[in-house]
Design a protein around this ligand. Sequence first.
Ligand code: SRM
Ligand code: SF4
Length: 541
Amino acid sequence: MTDTATTTKTSLNKFEKFKAEKDGLAIKEEIEKFASLGWEAMDETDRDHRLKWVGVFFRPVTPGKFMMRMRMPNGILTSNQMRVLASVVQRYGDEGSADITTRQNIQLRGIRIEDLPDIFNRFHAVGLTSIQSGMDNIRNITGDPVAGLDGDELYDTRELIQQIQDMLTNKGEGNPEFTNLPRKFNIAITGGRDNSVHAEINDLAFVPAFKEAGVQGCRGAGGEVENSSSSPSSPVFGFNILVGGFFSAKRCEAAIPLNAWVAPEDVVSVCRAVLEVFRDHGSRANRLKSRLMWLIDEWGIEKFRQEVEKRLGKSFLPAAPKDEIDWEKRDHIGVYKQKQSGLNYVGLHIPVGRLYAEDMFGIANLAEVYGSGEIRLTVEQNIIIPNVPDSRLATFLTEPLLERFSIDPGLLSRSLVSCTGAQFCNFALIETKNRALALIKALETELTFTRPVRIHWTGCPNSCGQPQVADIGLMGTKTRKDGKTVEGVDIYMGGKVGKEAHLGTCVTKGIPCEDLQPVLQDLLIKHFGAKLKQEDLVISG
Ligand code: SRM
Ligand code: SF4
């Protein structure tokens, strides 16, 4: 049995206690005060926890230099917004940087508390927000990175995702209705055919699915079908709903079908209903058992569905028999034709998502000079510049910045993903980003590949780097070598993304990082068709 809303006050965990004392969002009114107090004089709970309600993270690894996590609905920003982000980190010189995250988002580094009022003013002026991006809030909502550009897409997710974010955050001002969830919550919507958002690892996901003709929407309280389709013969577009996907140190689960189908116009209300059920009934006793799936386990999917329907005020139509995820996942790196004639989107590879101020200014300029000023982010921590006309493409591709942010990186580099790791994260058991880059470079020097291999690094079992979705996932651990404790990894394999996505599992434990290169080389040769360059020479010579 897991715990529910019936949990007595005495069994509330320490996070619930401090949230009950003062809602995290209250911190928003105290930023000026904190800026003049300085981080050392702040109340510790405000500093270490409540600031996360406005997206500001105390970093015990770099005390006094905070991280800021933005919200980028559908991973889209403008060149102006990118410049503002660049100017914020530029102030901190070598200590300032930014990372593209595995949720199609940006985090800034090096932030000083005394600068927060000015930073928030600058965000406000260009429509950026970092509200409710950490702790027991809804994370950045992910959507197709090529929404509105992809000729084969079934639904353009952009507006829907913005509407959900606006509802959950009161248009970026903060919405106390959703600032005290039992735990974090992830939402993804995909309108393309390749599941580019990893729908299966979200607490709530919407995947495209057609209903038979004449049916559109939920059933009203009296059982009548609402919004009947105008055309009796054409199938109606909507989404099948998945619930309960998550990763944690204790347990990882792929999302399961709710057996419910919704029309796009009902998606925002469904998000609200699911979140209200989670907020009011999710466990608040043991944080290791508070994610949505634990509630679904306790109730069973039928009861969960009924409770959501009660909140929604209508019942769901059963899920469409099949969803429309029938493509292998694309990585969007390179040049692709858009559905708009004469326009292209260009995917740039950003090694492990790390950016410095100069890079960010450079990318903003590229987007403005060659595109429409729009910049997009992917869950693989890369960037897409859309709306580049055919006539400007050749010149664009000669830009020096593309030497570092390539449109044609090596087949291991192009799919490399890494979480933050020990450089900034106090949960980390190992260093990740720099180590990942060095190792991939070494492997690409030794081996030739015929296909990309998706390698994901994550510094600890929290799995922010999603090793379970990778071809080869590497999860940081401590292990023993020659009588000493050293940094190591557990190796995951078998993760499948796109159509028929499923999670990989741990195949080997405790490989010391210093011994990893030959182990990876072996796996790449045995399972992914890699060849030693030396071997190639012998055969061709
Ligand atoms: Fe995460 C906590 C970084 C995506 C599961 N995650 C953290 C913290 C906040 C821990 C901390 O305070 O240091 C990390 C901040 C480090 C830093 O300084 O950057 C952190 N998580 C990240 C990011 C930046 C990794 C990256 O390099 O891309 C990602 C930010 C996404 C965003 O923009 O919001 C990030 N984290 C994820 C994902 C992947 C995803 O959402 O697809 C997961 C697994 C999926 C999930 O949540 O179900 C993930 N992060 C966690 C967990 C485990 C949650 C749990 O239920 O136990 C924690 C720890 C926690 O919440 O207690 C955590
Ligand atoms: Fe930090 Fe662990 Fe998440 Fe990596 S996986 S960012 S080390 S919490």
